[in-house]
Design a protein around this ligand. Sequence first.
Ligand code: B16
Ligand code: MG
Length: 210
Amino acid sequence: MIKAVIFDLDGVIVSTDQLHYEAWKHIADQEGIHFDEKINHRLRGVSRMDSLNIILENANKKYNDSEKKSLAKTKNDYYVELLKQLSPKDMLPHVYDVLLKLKEKGIKIAIGSSSRNAKTILKYLNITNLFEAIADGTDIENSKPAPDVFLKAAAKLGVPYASCAVIEDATVGIEAAKKAGMLAIAVFDAKKSKQADYKLDDIRDLLSIV
Ligand code: B16
Ligand code: MG
């Protein structure tokens, strides 16, 4: 029986994936590197530095560690500025209702995000207090597809891994959920994943699964 649902943040609760794209595009253009929406899909759920390394696959020169650090910082500064425009109305359709209904059913809810900005985003959306646990990029060494962030969320909740469901927009997030021994529910781009236990067109359908 499912006792907790762990929500991915970017791309499930809010479309910050578009803001990540805009910020990375800014860096790629500055460096003269080809970057498009297709490459952007590969960045879903992946840490900031791993994302940069994917973008640099198309670069004509090699970047050393200090150059990479500086590019990642510039991207994040730009992204954090973009985040300031976020407000509760930016939550994706029906997400807020689903969160409330899960709580009414006695199901615990948590965040399992690779982002080091997750707490800032939750604050702008004004939903921090809804969650019994928040696991994010600041809690982990290895980002998705490693299961770490979901294992951490379950540990913070005090719920066994097998009693947790994960909802994800990233194929690497679905892979991470399965490695964690959890039920994996896909939305948006993650519906491509062969490992997903469920694929939802509408997040409200989550309520009939758990
Ligand atoms: P940051 P999620 C992930 O969040 C994003 O999908 C991914 O594109 C991003 O690179 C990663 O967070 C790190 O974000 O630069 O803010 O630390 O989808 O796991 O909620
Ligand atoms: Mg995501």
